[in-house]
Design a protein around this ligand. Structure first.
Ligand SMILES: [Zn+2]
Ligand SMILES: [Zn+2]
Length: 241
């Protein structure tokens, strides 16, 4: 599996860099995980967006879905024979319905009680703790390699089991360690500790804040991740799993 970061800011784009979007390529298939603001623009540097085989959305907050509408226009204009599948949860029927655009895209439901096969990958989902329904993803390829994406979430114990022994953990790390208490994202201490407790091979911190310098976020996370290597998401970062 090859992951390319197309956008990594939490909440809103900043200085030409978009919000959450990750291109996942495996076995000749091109998949997009989340489709935030600026992601379609970034994707077009790598391929025609009409070369996508699937989109998988963690939840319906704008910083994860802002470019879905323009992606649908792109597919409409291309007059492709079959629609682009967009996978989403059905805990919000209004937003799920919008994943289907006639002659462009088709919404497909996933759930957290059975895996979803997309290409040759197995996607498992776990409901996170967030103001709206959101789902973390555990993605396993046919060789057994695993990527876990936390999506947006506050810390909860279930994340450790769900992330266990992953080859790559992509963690929503929106706050420095001194931001504690009630919040809807992980801080650096929680992301680093999660990586260590789950014994993952590598951690990528993402959904980063615009207002805290990345070196601080990285060094704080590394302190708690101990021996687990930590990288910060940046535009164009490619990780081969
Ligand atoms: Zn978000
Ligand atoms: Zn969110």
């Amino acid at each position: 599996m090859l992951v390319t970061v197309l956008g990594f800011y939490g909440g809103y784009p900043y200085k030409g860099i978009g919000t959450s979007g990750y291109l996942l390529q495996n076995d000749g298939k091109n998949m997009l995980i989340d489709c935030g603001s600026g992601v379609l623009n970034a994707l077009s540097n790598y391929m025609q967006p009409t070369d996508l085989d699937a989109v998988i959305l963690s939840h319906y907050h704008h910083d994860h879905t802002a470019d879905v509408g323009v992606l649908q226009y792109n597919w409409l204009a291309a007059k492709k024979e079959s629609p682009l599948p967009i996978y989403g949860h059905t805990q919000d029927f209004v937003n799920f319905a919008q994943l289907t655009e006639p002659n462009a895209t088709k919404g497909i439901a996933y759930n957290d009680y059975e895996p979803t096969e997309i290409g040759t990958l197995k996607f498992e989902f776990l409901r996170t703790v967030h103001p709206v329904p959101a789902y973390a993803m555990r993605i396993t390829d046919k060789t057994g390699k695993v990527i876990v994406y936390t999506a947006d979430t506050t810390y909860f114990d279930g994340l450790v089991d769900f992330s266990k022994d992953a080859d790559l953990l992509i963690a929503d790390t929106n706050f420095p360690e001194d931001v504690t208490g009630r919040k809807w994202h992980l801080n650096t201490k929680e992301a680093g500790t999660l990586a260590k407790d789950a014994n993952v091979k590598r951690l990528m911190i993402s959904h980063l804040p615009q207002t805290v310098d990345v070196e601080t976020m990285l060094s704080q996370t590394q302190k708690y991740a101990e021996q687990i290597p930590v990288v910060n998401a940046f535009q164009g970062l490619e990780m081969e799993i």
